[in-house]
Design a protein around this ligand. Structure first.
Ligand code: ATP
Length: 289
């Protein structure tokens, strides 16, 4: 095998809680993550040596600054690989959007190179290595839906949902670091009831799931960018069953039980915003590299 294609899917947060700030500066989180079927396509090709990265997206770095580049370097070092790789990223996931676009590219590179180079490492091993690249990388390797704890490295796979999702990213970029900097961890007004959400997911009780959508970073990002709140209001006006900001934002998602309502929301939002997507949730079971 000389070439492999891997999909790196975006995620949304059905809940996001920050429990405390650790002494090392990392935040301890408790989140429910769910993949959606919006994906970057990563094409990996064997070359003699080194790492070459290209992309159709001009906003991401093509050197060591790209987390996918770092992922390839990590795989080479960890498994003593003496070949090189050409990475092409066909970018569909908006950048700096709260959808783990970079993390999922890194995860796809690790999964793909494990296959391309016949390394045969277990998923768990890749997840353990991946956390060195970013807190969301282990989840992106696992895929589907999961409870994420610690700094993102403690993952429990859970039953997901099977619904339509509209994603809308306003034309602003949000740095995750600045949102966490502005979060007053000791004085969070409303924490999500993660256990209630987990029970609801287990019972396939979508009503309770949407009633418990909660992200402690949402008020922080909304304060900096009121447009986030405006989109959420619109999403509900367009008959979303529930709506929330994903990650540190600024992307807002709406969950729709009904395709025709989702499509109409997608069309209405697309008239105003240029990064709007209509996708299904993804449970991680389909094998489609
Ligand atoms: P998260 O939800 O994990 O916080 P995000 O969706 O908010 O992630 P990314 O799309 O991962 O954010 O981008 C964050 C930053 O990382 C951007 O400034 C971007 O330039 C940089 N970056 C490096 N590599 C990539 C990549 N492969 N794809 C996207 N962004 C990348």
């Amino acid at each position: 095998m000389d070439e492999i294609k891997v999909r790196g899917r975006a995620k949304i947060n059905l809940s996001l809680d920050v429990l405390r700030r650790r002494e090392d500066g990392y935040h301890e989180v408790k989140m429910i993550m769910h993949q959606v079927d919006l994906y970057d396509e990563i094409i990996l090709k064997n070359i003699e040596e080194g790492i070459i990265l290209e992309s159709d997206c001009e906003y991401i770095p093509t050197d060591e600054g790209n987390i996918a580049y770092k992922a390839a370097k990590l795989m080479m070092e960890q498994f003593g690989i003496e070949k090189g790789v050409h990475i092409y990223i066909n970018k569909n996931i908006p950048v700096a959007a709260g959808l783990a676009g970079g993390s999922t590219d890194a995860a796809a590179v690790m999964i793909g190179l494990n296959e391309l180079w016949g390394i045969g490492a277990e998923k768990e091993k890749l997840m353990k290595l991946g956390v060195a690249l970013g807190a969301d990388v282990p989840f992106c390797i696992l895929g589907g839906a999961a409870l994420s704890e610690g700094i993102g490295e403690l993952l429990t796979p859970i039953e997901g949902i099977n619904e339509w999702v509209v994603l809308c990213k306003p034309n602003i970029s949000v740095s995750t670091a600045s949102v966490y900097k502005n979060l007053d961890v000791e004085n969070i007004e409303k924490h999500p009831d993660t256990d209630k959400m987990l029970t609801a997911l287990g019972n396939k009780d979508l009503q309770t799931v949407v009633e418990n959508l909660c992200n402690v970073l949402e008020p922080v990002t909304e304060k900096m960018h009121p447009i986030v709140r405006e989109i959420k209001i619109k999403m509900m006006q367009y008959h979303a069953f529930g709506s929330l900001m994903s990650g540190s934002g600024p992307t807002v998602f709406g969950i729709y039980k009904d395709y025709s309502k989702a499509k109409s929301a997608y069309e209405n939002l697309s008239r105003v915003y240029n990064q709007v997507y209509l996708v299904k949730t993804y449970d991680g079971r389909k094998i489609d590299t």
